[in-house]
Design a protein around this ligand. Sequence first.
Ligand code: FAD
Length: 382
Amino acid sequence: MKKSANVVIIGGGITGCATAYELAVRGVKDIVVIEKQYLSSGATGRCGAGVRQQWGTETNAILARDSVKRFEGMNEELEYDRDIEFKQGGYLMVSYTQNEWNQYKKNVAIQHSLGIPTKMITPQEALEIVPHLNIKGLIGATFCQSDGHANPFHVVDAYYKAASRLGVKFETYTSVTGITREKGKVTSVQTSKGDIAASMVINACGYAAGTICKMVGFELPLYPQRHQALVTEPVEPCQGPMVISLHHRLYCQQTPHGSFIMGVGDPNEPKDFNINSSWEFLEDVARQATTVLPLLKNLRVVRQWSGLYDMSPDANPILDEVPDAKGMWVAAGFSGHGFMVAPQTAVLLAQKILGQNCFMPIERFGLERFSGGELLLESAVV
Ligand code: FAD
């Protein structure tokens, strides 16, 4: 492994790989990405890979809206030799409670102010989009056709190949074990394969970003939380959009290959690093999915797995330099939606680091928001 680099990026998920590319394409030389397992082995390779613009905070909506544009042109932009499989089948967000529907109206007003073409539709219109939807008790739904999903392994592979062509080095199966700081500045990174001197370190470790920050004595306001998912046997295409019911904590999509991928969030999940799969999840997701989409009741489950959300206190990303550790940046706290915003998160961070004009105010993702004032909570997290 190299003994020194201009920039060390820790974490080979979508955030680390996209950031490596965005820095390299802006002319930064000598970048090394360090990943303790294989690329996409963290949350990225375990995610639903849904891409939606229907958010309740302006910040998330802008990042997602602009990232959709990037996903649309990603095969060409990154000169990818395969296909990131970005399919824009839309997202149908269904609402069975009045409180939720009131919140959706506020969210859609924000989305419209940003040019996101979400429609508010009746239960009958929702049924026309997803004919097997249970509309008993449904108050309404919101639908955005340009939302969709992509293949997370291919997206990371596309960034990896494009960054590699620009000279970025990737060190997989290499763990970061320590970070040295001198006079308030980072100077080097210790790894399982030796030390590497660097004055800039980007912590893109997702659920483990807090552990990395502790290496310079900083308590990042972030916690890991297990989320489980499953995939079914493939069947004939019957569901175009991703269906989300926040009330049922459910997301459910049919992939281009015909299988359904779905998950439910569990509000009682402890804040820890456990990623074991559980029977309770299978029961829970089966109950919620067949309530919202009864047709799915005879589908056979092929596999279940879990991954970790990197939760921040307001469910918004943290993109900032660590206090008292100049040169060390954090890109984490994505709270279950880091895949869909990664293309533009990486641009924003690269612009800030290089002193360029940021396409949106990065201060909104700063650490200071946690020490004063009221947090603007994201309401649309599954
Ligand atoms: P990660 O992909 O977690 O990457 C961090 C990397 O850091 C890992 O590969 C890890 O091995 C590495 N690492 C950790 N410690 C060290 C160390 N000491 N040294 C070196 N490397 C280290 N998001 C969406 O946008 N849409 C979805 O539909 C969606 N569904 C999800 C479903 C599930 C079940 C889960 C778990 C997550 C989901 N997410 C979704 C969230 C999304 O997966 C994450 O927000 C996103 O992948 C974060 O990417 P990342 O690169 O920041 O982190």
